[in-house]
Ligand binder design. Structure first.
Ligand code: GLA
Length: 351
């Protein structure tokens, strides 16, 4: 991994340093020329100093660390300040928004820990005058529908899921596995719309490729992380002990990694199982292993669009009044052991 060491794992020290930054901003420390009394007269009518908050639901996940990394890059290139906060529950989100607004922040990019918090987050943003852009996970309104009036940047989840399914179908064929002894393990997290669209997309593509519906098994994970997927897959493997070859899809890399670990525990490896992740950022160590595992590849998403472009759009909205499009969708590209080094380099994810 080429992430800076302090990004490689979520740590209490990291959490405290984040809080400290927030506290400093709130109390005004670290401000250079904002206060009229201290600002030199020639900058008194200067352009506004833009400050943007970037809140993510799972700060320990490399995907979100990369979004932050690219947000930092945008801040450096364009000359604004970005405040990164791990907001793992609703209370933390709303508190962070209060603190950010009090510290002079004008806008927030957020991947919410729960999409049903959407209406509360919008109400808070309006009350403290923060511009808002959701990233990754689109807000869900009180009517259970996506809040299409909130600016959003996310992936084309259904299409990316279909791509996963098509690749799995191709790998099954290439290996000469039959539908009689092969089955799909879909590690699902259906309470999150983007996650559901991904696994549904993969399932539909496999059905279209001829995998019978009775060879498709869902393993619902309680938490969208490696342990959640590991547990869900173990339950399924106990129930379906006759399957000889497993195809694996999930909402993201961690969903597939947990399943691959559970499969290994039952004796399945690269010769008898094949999994395709989504993100492409949380599986780098896996692809670097000397010996291939059942984790065959991943759809690499554009962390740069999600971190750089989101903050850039918010910056221009705050500074120049240019409102971003309401809905922006990004795509992905397959990485495998054969090409991941080259593609990650091209995308600026590693050197
Ligand atoms: C969700 C997932 C993340 C990542 C993003 C991409 O938030 O939890 O792992 O896949 O979507 O938009």
């Amino acid at each position: 991994m080429t992430l800076p060491a302090h990004f490689s794992r979520f740590s209490p020290a990291f959490a405290w340093s984040t809080l400290l930054v927030v506290a400093l901003l709130a109390t005004g420390c670290g401000k250079k020329s904002e206060s009229a009394s201290t600002a030199p007269s020639h900058v008194a009518s200067k352009a506004i100093q833009v400050k943007i908050g970037f809140l993510v639901k799972q700060p320990e996940e490399p995907w979100f660390q990369l979004e932050w990394l690219f947000a930092d890059q945008a801040a450096k290139d364009l000359g604004f300040t970005v405040v990164k906060i791990g907001a793992t529950d609703g209370e933390k989100v709303l508190n962070a928004m209060d603190i950010l607004a009090a510290g002079g922040t004008q806008g927030v990019v957020i991947c919410t820990p729960d999409t049903r918090l959407g209406p509360a987050i919008v109400a808070k943003a309006n009350s403290v005058n923060l511009k808002l852009l959701s990233v990754d996970d689109q807000f869900i309104g009180a009517d259970g529908q996506p809040m299409k009036n909130v600016h959003h940047l996310g992936i084309s989840a259904g299409k990316i899921g279909e791509n996963v399914g098509q690749i799995l179908a191709g790998e099954m064929k290439r290996r000469g596995w039959t539908t009689a002894d092969t089955a799909l393990c879909a590690v699902t997290f259906e309470e999150l719309a983007t996650a559901k669209e991904r696994t549904e997309g993969a399932i539909n593509a496999l059905l279209a490729a001829g995998l019978p519906a009775n060879r498709i098994f869902k393993a619902p994970e309680r938490t969208a992380d490696i342990p959640g997927s590991f547990d869900a897959t173990n339950v399924l493997l106990t129930q379906q002990s006759a399957v000889k070859h497993w195809l694996v899809c999930s909402t993201n890399d961690n969903g597939v990694l947990g399943a691959v670990r559970a499969l290994e525990g039952r004796g399945f490896g690269a010769d008898s199982a094949v999994g395709i992740g989504i993100n492409g950022t949380d599986c780098i160590t896996e692809l670097e292993k000397n010996k291939p595992t059942a984790f065959y590849g991943s759809i690499l998403l554009s962390a740069k669009s999600h971190g750089y472009q989101t903050t850039e759009m918010l910056y221009h909205w705050i500074k120049d009044g240019i409102e971003p499009p309401l809905d922006t969708r990004t795509v992905g590209v397959l990485i495998t052991r054969d090409n991941f080094r080259q593609i990650l380099k091209e995308q600026g994810v590693r050197n």
